[in-house]
Design a protein around this ligand. Structure first.
Ligand SMILES: *[C@@H]1O[C@H](CO)[C@@H](O)[C@H](O)[C@H]1NC(C)=O
Ligand SMILES: *[C@@H]1O[C@H](CO)[C@@H](O)[C@H](O)[C@H]1NC(C)=O
Ligand SMILES: *[C@@H]1O[C@H](CO)[C@@H](O)[C@H](O)[C@H]1NC(C)=O
Ligand SMILES: *[C@@H]1O[C@H](CO)[C@@H](O)[C@H](O)[C@H]1NC(C)=O
Ligand SMILES: *[C@@H]1O[C@H](CO)[C@@H](O)[C@H](O)[C@H]1NC(C)=O
Ligand SMILES: *[C@@H]1O[C@H](CO)[C@@H](O)[C@H](O)[C@H]1NC(C)=O
Ligand SMILES: CC(=O)N[C@H]1CO[C@H](CO)[C@@H](O)[C@@H]1O
Ligand SMILES: CC(=O)N[C@H]1CO[C@H](CO)[C@@H](O)[C@@H]1O
Length: 881
């Protein structure tokens, strides 16, 4: 998260807490439901045992060995909100040994709070392309922009929330309501970003599926996401595992608790799942101001405290920095743990090559002026140049526009009203067609819904360098365009029968740090209706005109029932959140320069009640800790609808084209023969760096004589007398700290399911590969097709599984009429496994039995199946759902 300056400190501090909410129903006081346990998992596994990181670890160990205590603690914490180098997070440095301050910057869709950058399409838009090439290309471009601005750490991608709750506020920052779609897009983003030398941050671990009541504050703990082991592995942790497998350098914990224990100090989550089972080699940071303890979070595996302040920022107080120095001197945090924290941070820095000529930040998150305060939160701050206006946009508008365009999802096209002729008469309705008249960036953190919706609100945004709006692009193409810039249907001249009407509607959401039109981040007020009475605008237009095209800019699903079947509503396009390139991308689709090729990254139901209560509804206010229990287990989105045979209005993966496609010649082969249900046993961990565990002398943690402090800046030094006192406690050797149950410092060999980045490397053995020919079966329009592969487990196995689950997908290049392309889809061992909670391992149920891989253009259009037992495929089948 991030808050811009220009706010009175007190109100800023308060705004960082949960914004108040009046929408909730008061629930009885209750704790974490029985059965959900936040178990202890100690100690933090050392990093450095994975071969692909070993050189970075060797270098990191050597550098950290040269650091003093205060230098080590300096690099594990932020120097304070609005302090020093002007990113949303800035660590301390160890300049004496050549380690700089690190700049951590939002957001997952562009470099936040600065200019001369690209405002890329949001995650949800990227997911809707179902295009791996574009997912990666967007990551490359994002990485280049962060690097060009001198940011060391990209605070993305977002793969949690997963989109469990359609009303959830930050779903749009991620890629869609399916773990595989999230995982593939997240991992390709990480690869693209890190290849540019920028450290990516996979976030938020885990269960941040709603915004309201997410944060710990002095009055209430953040809500608890209560998730069972299998559901966590098969849904919510899955994209994190793929991110680690892709070598991600950083991870961020969530604001909320899991099973009652705050994510920033949940030892089972960080030490156990992330660092041991998933073999994460990078460093773990807290989400901004979510850190609530000092020693306990260090023991639980947190490596970096962001932005460094206590929960109420800007008073110069920290739980780490000087307190972490004290905790090491007094013996409560073993030096070994601090060494591991520092080594993980430095290793990630080496791993992406930041030791070689990395330019420091040349922008300010706090002002667009050339000169500004060097330490904005200090009472008296020197000024100097803070913005160099480095233009990092290059030609990234191209990939941004391609993503925006290829995400546009055609849900309905009755009578082929689309594509439109540029010669016809076009009437455009809705304020969403035009850029915010106050300016594209008029609302800070985009916390308003005015004009075309290009992104949601909160910290997950960037400033638009310009905004290509739909109405401008439409007017450029078509001669006869009339725009009614209103959301209430105006009085209009009598329509002609061939008039085409385009109605723009939208639905916004964002982070809980802002309330927009009564929505507290989540869509708690608007629910699944279009904002500004947009559904009514469509109905009114449909009463008057015969050819209505609806364009929807939205953070997620909407209920379309009040107008979708009206005979004059001929076509519906979901353009998702296009970022700066909203106009030309849409015009290309509207006027047929390009066929729509997006597919829904979530299901659109007919009613809110089509999903179970635990998913359909947000958790309201409760005294004590709000409990968000995942009682639906694996059954979210299409997994739930299919199980209960509830037909959605538009299924997950649905998306039409101006042409049609033919899938032929499907063939399946076994690549790696699976000979046992569990993967072969993991290898032992390679040796990890060792360093002295002797408590360093107090002088290593004391202010140097005559040190010139900046007021409220967070330092890692203690006054000499305090350092001496702490050292006296630590050197006495008594274990005076009240350690959590199960605490130990003895390293373990790690769980059976681990063994490499993401888990046991054998999980990524390709078990089956399917090839098929996708052909453009139309005669007039070129187009791109998406082949989606869904797994159905063998009948009669002992474990309950959703009927079908997405396992891979592939998008073709643009195919001319009649042209075809061979596509390849793969299923790994993990893809055909389930998480066995007893064995604590991934196990193939019904090994050797008939696993069916369904292939088609949407989750409800699966006409081809390939079988793993006979290694045959057939087509022309009745779909499984
Ligand atoms: C939450 O509790 C469930 C049920 O005891 C357990 O299976 C799961 O591993 C726990 N998750 C975490 C992160 O503690
Ligand atoms: C890193 O691991 C590889 C493969 O195991 C090994 O060949 C190499 O010597 C290791 N390098 C270091 C610095 O440990
Ligand atoms: C910690 O980092 C800050 C900011 O770079 C620096 O001023 C300070 O000297 C550093 N402390 C140590 C012990 O290096
Ligand atoms: C050591 O210092 C930390 C940070 O102030 C504190 O939480 C902890 O209780 C101290 N331990 C002892 C044994 O005094
Ligand atoms: C499609 O349009 C035709 C002709 O306008 C109409 O009769 C039919 O009901 C429409 N179908 C749908 C599903 O809207
Ligand atoms: C798809 O291609 C096959 C084989 O060429 C052909 O038999 C079938 O009719 C085609 N289907 C469509 C819908 O074009
Ligand atoms: C090339 C470009 O867009 N430059 C802009 C960089 O940012 C400054 C300050 O906002 C603008 O004045 C430049 O036009
Ligand atoms: C202050 C600073 O580091 N500015 C840098 C910004 O980026 C440009 C281009 O990479 C560098 O030349 C500046 O030194």
């Amino acid at each position: 998260m991030a808050i811009r300056t220009g706010v009175v400190w007190v109100s800023l501090a308060l705004s960082l807490l949960n914004s108040p909410c009046d929408a909730g129903v008061i629930e009885p006081r209750d704790g974490v439901p029985a059965g959900f346990v936040a178990a202890s998992y100690y100690p933090t596994p050392h990093g450095g045992w994975v071969a692909s990181w070993n050189e970075s670890y060797a270098k990191a160990q050597a550098l950290v060995a040269k650091m003093t205590l205060a230098e080590k603690t300096n690099i594990t914490g932020g120097v304070g909100y609005l302090m020093g180098k002007p990113c949303v997070g800035n660590t301390g440095s160890a300049l004496r040994v050549g380690f700089p301050q690190l700049c951590l910057q939002d957001s997952a869709l562009g470099v936040a709070s600065t200019d001369n950058v690209t405002a890329f399409p949001a995650g949800i838009t990227t997911g809707a392309t179902w295009d791996k090439v574009l997912m990666y290309a967007r990551g490359v471009a994002l990485g280049q922009e962060f690097r060009g601005k001198g940011a060391n750490i990209f605070l993305g991608p977002t793969v949690g929330p997963l989109g469990r709750k359609p009303l959830g506020g930050r779903n749009w920052e991620g890629f869609g309501s399916d773990p595989v779609l999230q995982a593939v897009a997240g991992a390709l983003t990480i690869k693209g970003v890190q290849e540019q030398g920028v450290i990516a941050t996979v976030k938020h671990l885990v269960g941040n599926e709603q915004e309201m009541f997410r944060m710990y504050n002095p009055f209430q703990p953040g809500y608890s996401a209560n998730i069972d082991d299998r559901t966590l592995h098969e849904l919510y942790l899955w994209p994190f595992a793929e991110a680690v497998h892709a070598g991600v350098g950083a991870a961020m914990t969530a604001y909320n608790a899991v099973n009652g224990s705050a994510s920033s100090q949940n030892s089972y989550l960080i030490n156990g799942l992330l660092k041991d089972e998933l073999g994460f080699q990078g460093f773990v940071m807290s989400d901004w101001l979510s850190h609530i303890s000092g020693v306990d979070s260090a023991l639980a595996g947190l490596d970096m405290d962001m932005p460094g302040d206590t929960q109420i920022p800007l008073f110069g107080n920290s739980l780490w920095m000087y307190e972490l120095t004290r905790s090491v001197l007094n013996g409560s945090v073993p030096l070994d743990r601090l060494n591991d924290m520092a080594t993980r941070i430095v290793a990630a820095w080496y791993q992406v090559g930041q030791d070689k000529g990395y330019t420091p930040p040349n922008f300010s998150s706090n002002t667009h002026d050339r000169d500004g305060l060097l330490y904005p939160a200090a009472l008296l701050s020197p000024t100097g140049q803070v913005n160099w206006y480095v233009n990092v946009q290059a030609d990234h508008w191209k990939v941004a526009r391609q993503v925006a365009q290829d995400a546009i999802t055609l849900l309905k096209n009755n009578g082929s009203v689309l594509p439109l002729s540029t010669a016809g008469s076009i009437k455009v309705f809705g304020t969403d067609a035009q850029v915010n008249p106050d300016g594209a960036n008029a609302c800070g953190s985009r916390a308003c819904d005015k004009g075309t919706l290009g992104m949601g609100w909160g910290s997950g945004v960037a400033d638009y360098p310009y905004f290509d709006d739909p109405i401008t692009a439409i007017k450029k193409r078509a001669a006869d365009v009339t725009f009614y810039n209103t959301d209430s249907f105006p009085s209009v001249p009598t329509p002609k029968s061939d008039d085409v009407t385009i109605v723009f509607i939208n639905s916004d959401a964002g982070e809980n740090s802002f309330t927009v039109e009564g929505n507290h981040g989540d869509r708690d007020s608007a629910k699944l209706a279009a904002w500004h009475d947009g559904d009514r605008l469509v109905q009114k237009a449909a009463e008057k005109y015969q050819n209505v095209v609806v364009v929807v800019h939205t953070v997620g699903p909407l209920l379309l029932e009040s107008w979708i079947d009206l005979p004059s509503v001929k076509a519906v396009l979901f353009a998702h959140l296009p970022g700066q390139e909203a106009g030309e991308s849409l015009a290309n689709v509207l006027f047929g320069v390009s066929s729509p090729s997006g597919h829904l990254p979530y299901s659109i139901t007919k009613s809110e009640n089509d999903l179970p209560d635990s998913v359909a509804n947000l958790k309201g206010f409760a005294f004590g800790q709000v409990q968000d229990t995942y009682s639906e287990g694996l059954y979210i989105d299409y997994r739930y609808l299919n199980k209960f045979n509830i037909k959605p209005r538009f299924a997950f993966g649905h998306g039409l084209s101006y042409t049609s496609f033919n899938f032929t010649g499907a063939a399946i082969r076994a690549v790696t023969t699976l000979t046992s249900p569990a993967p072969s046993p993991r290898a032992a961990k390679a040796p990890t760096p060792h360093s002295s565990t002797t408590i360093p002398p107090a002088a290593e943690g004391s202010y140097p004589d005559g040190f010139n402090r900046i007021w409220r800046y967070l330092y890692s030094f203690l006054p000499a007398n305090e350092a001496n006192d702490a050292y006296a406690i630590g050197s006495a050797g008594d274990k005076k700290y009240n350690y959590p149950d199960g605490y130990t410092t003895t390293q373990t060999s790690g769980p059976a399911a681990g063994g490499g980045q993401g888990g046991n490397p054998a999980l990524w053995d390709v078990a089956f590969e399917i090839t098929l020919i996708v052909r453009n079966a139309g005669k007039t329009h070129p187009g791109k097709a998406v082949a989606q592969a869904y797994l159905q487990y063998p009948r009669g196995i002992a474990v309950d599984t959703p009927i079908i689950q997405l396992r891979d997908f592939a998008k073709t290049a643009e195919l001319a009429p009649g042209a075809g392309e061979k596509v390849t889809l793969q299923l790994t061992r993990k893809d055909v496994s389930v998480w066995d909670v007893t064995a604590q391992n991934w196990v193939v149920p019904g090994l050797g039995g008939r696993f069916t891989v369904w292939i088609g253009e949407a989750s409800d259009k699966l006409f081809t199946a390939c079988y793993t037992d006979t290694l045959t495929c057939e087509t022309g089948l009745v779909p499984p759902v």
